[in-house]
Design a protein around this ligand. Structure first.
Ligand SMILES: [Zn+2]
Length: 275
């Protein structure tokens, strides 16, 4: 076989494989291939090489497609996570603003205001009354005990035993709180000393806030670990607290307390207990 013709055909083969050669050239190449075993072999080898290249290119494209799909999926997941965190924080910030206000209004309520509070037990109707005017407070507990206090003194008057004892408010014995004038809910606000503890409680627990009517009042309700609290929308005071089947109703009057209401009780006939 003519070596020069072989050279020409072999030079043309890559273009021929890509089907870029003219019909006349094709005819010339095919005619030559029929008679030349060597060029046939060269064509086979070149075709295989091209197939492998195409296969590799396809693999690369598939890999890129998969990569793009993965990237899109992670972007979607990151987006969903960010949106969820924003929604979570939004709800918690709303709850913080709401509960912090309720906390200040009901729990941090300091002696010195003028108000009357009646706590009524839903099951037996037993009541605890607290009145407070200008740093003087007077409380009548369910068991008949009376607590009278001003800035410096706290008197516990055990009416049933006709006995009383006095504690110095500046050095309170353990177990005696320095202020009885608080509305203690049974669980949600119980044991919360300050705002930091309130933030923790809000962040770490599931709390539901809704609206409801109670005692003809428009109320917010707070649901927390089985406890439900009703808050009067107009006054912001807690007016009912349910927990583990027990309920307490609160009635609050503002600026109705007179000096007579908080007068020091008559201790005639009472025996002093020294602590
Ligand atoms: Zn040849």
């Amino acid at each position: 076989m003519n070596k020069l013709e072989c050279k020409i055909v072999q030079d043309l083969l890559p273009t021929y494989i890509e089907k870029l050669t003219s019909p006349e050239t094709n005819e010339f190449i095919e005619q030559h291939l029929k008679e030349c075993k060597e060029c046939q072999n060269t064509l086979e080898v070149m075709k295989k090489g091209t197939e492998i290249k195409e296969l590799k290119a396809k693999e690369q494209i598939n890999y890129l497609k998969k990569y793009k799909r993965k990237m899109l999926l992670s972007k979607i997941i990151i987006g969903i996570v960010i949106i969820s965190i924003c929604i979570f924080l939004g709800i918690k910030i709303y709850q913080w603003q709401f509960l912090s206000q309720i906390f200040d209004h009901n729990i941090n309520y300091e002696i010195g205001n003028n108000y009357k509070l009646i706590e009524r037990n839903g099951s037996d109707g037993a009541t605890k009354e607290v009145v407070c005017k200008e740093n003087i407070g007077y409380a009548k507990l369910v068991d008949g005990t009376i607590i009278w206090e001003d800035n410096n003194h706290k008197f516990f008057i055990l009416s049933n035993d006709k006995k009383y004892f006095e504690v110095d408010k500046n050095s309170l014995p353990s177990g005696v709180t320095d202020n009885f004038i608080t509305i203690q809910t049974q669980n949600l606000f119980n044991e919360i000393e300050n705002k930091n503890e309130l933030i923790q409680k809000i962040l770490l627990n599931h709390i539901d806030i809704h609206e409801e009517e109670y005692r003809d009042r428009q109320c917010y309700t707070i649901l927390y670990e089985g406890e439900k609290i009703w808050i009067d929308k107009e006054t912001n005071f807690i007016i009912r607290d349910d927990y583990q089947g027990k309920s307490i109703d609160y009635t609050i009057e503002i600026n109705t307390v007179t000096d007579e209401d908080v007068q020091f009780p008559d201790l005639q006939g009472y025996e002093e207990i020294i602590r």
